[in-house]
Design a protein around this ligand. Structure first.
Ligand code: ACO
Length: 370
């Protein structure tokens, strides 16, 4: 018997994007793409969208990590961890080479040592806003602002970004954003995190891998380009011509389409409402709605058999712009929210303790027979 005859044959069919493949069981979240529904540990999105980000972390981490059982525990642990992360910023920010903002975040996260004593899931959450705010200020030529441990995570993020106390309505909008994007089934970045976690590489390596997956324009890199698109269209009378020309060139319209949703992404509506509540956020909303309506009509015409609807990234762009983030930092802000889900999935995968190692089907040439 040859060694190769012990290896189970690979299944006959493959799907390059793993569509319709169930690759994990999770208690964390479920995306119902036909109904346009997102469930996070037993709650519908609209039940949790008004929660604090800290309360959502309590839910996500429940029974997966020791400590942090109340919202106050999480707020206090995150406040202390943000202060610790800021020491790294002071030391490393001047050494960052010329990088985009998401590359700079990847660089700083890579400096988190596995040997450090702050619980790694807490540090991973705390570090992102500290790093992202410092990176955004650095890009604008401003010095970093130290965190204030007494503030909520969303408020401190805006404080570190602007250097002044943010308005309550901006804090509420950013908090809603962080909660809305915190977890979303087995999306590409979460899957990447679980694959890395399954090798026992540790929390920081797993979430850095997730960030690398998030940064692509087909995943978390879209909201900056959404604003670029709105700017390029410029005025209502140019909407149809601009979008038609873009589609005719075979381009994808940023902020539309989703692997799972065949109806509207429920997160888009939560974020649209959050922008609508901002006194200074409504500037673009009317124009954005007009672009959205025309884009949906053109996509339905172009792809009648493939329902392409508005996804989370379209209104993400408007929320983050309204609370003052530069568009180059949008992916980093997405990472600040999604880190909630990444850390919980890594903890869940570590608890499972099973290596993720699928098979491939060999379609290359056979060795020549001698
Ligand atoms: N604009 C134009 N055409 C589109 C779009 C779009 N936004 N999205 C999909 N299509 C078309 C594709 O060109 C393809 O057409 P074809 O069959 O003629 O080649 C068809 O619809 C199916 O597209 P796939 O890429 O196979 O679908 P998939 O489920 O893999 O794609 C994705 C999902 C990547 C999000 C896609 O819709 C897209 O590229 N959207 C634009 C980028 C974007 O908004 N990204 C953020 C996603 S949300 C998130 O990750 C948080």
């Amino acid at each position: 018997m040859t060694i190769s005859s012990h290896i189970a044959p690979a299944p006959e069919t493959t799907s390059p994007g793993l569509e319709n493949t169930v690759a994990a069981e999770t208690i964390l979240s479920h995306v119902d793409g036909a109904a346009g529904r997102l469930i996070v540990r037993g709650y519908d999105l609209d039940q949790i969208s008004s929660w604090s980000f800290e309360a959502l972390l309590v839910l996500l981490w429940k029974d997966l990590a020791p400590g942090q059982v109340t919202e106050a525990d999480v707020q206090s642990a995150l406040g202390q961890a943000r202060a610790a992360a800021f020491h790294l910023v002071e030391r490393l920010l001047p050494t960052i080479p010329h990088l985009s903002q998401v590359e700079a975040l990847r660089f700083l996260l890579a400096a988190l040592a596995d040997s450090q004593t702050v619980p790694h899931h807490v540090m991973a959450i705390a570090a992102v806003p500290v790093f992202a705010a410092a990176i955004a200020r650095n890009a604008a030529g401003s010095a970093p602002v130290a965190p204030d441990a007494s503030l909520s995570h969303a408020e401190d993020f805006l404080f570190m970004l602007h250097g002044t106390r943010p308005s309550e309505e901006n804090v509420r909008a950013l908090n809603t954003y962080l909660v809305t994007v915190a977890d979303h089934g087995l999306n590409a970045s979460t899957f990447a995190a679980r694959v890395i976690a399954s090798t026992k590489a540790g929390m920081f390596s797993s979430v850095i891998g997730a960030l690398c997956a998030l940064k692509g324009p087909l995943h978390g890199g879209a909201p900056g380009p959404v604003l670029d698109m709105l700017d390029a269209i410029g005025s209502e009378d140019n909407i149809n011509a601009w979008l038609s020309a873009s589609l005719a060139r075979g381009e994808r319209l940023m902020g539309f389409g989703h692997r799972i949703y065949r109806v509207r992404d429920p997160r888009a509506d939560v974020l649209k409402q959050a922008v609508g509540l901002l006194r200074h956020g409504g500037g673009r909303i009317g124009f954005a709605e007009a672009v959205e309506a025309e884009a949906l009509a053109l996509l339905a015409e172009k792809k009648p058999l493939r329902p392409l609807q508005t996804n989370v990234e379209f209104y993400t762009a408007l929320v983050l712009e309204a609370v003052g983030f530069p568009r180059e930092s949008f992916t980093n802000v997405f990472a600040a929210g999604r880190m909630g889900g990444w850390t919980a999935h890594v903890l869940e995968q570590e608890r499972l303790g099973k290596l993720i190692r699928p098979q491939s089907r060999y379609v290359g040439p056979q060795p020549s027979q001698m």
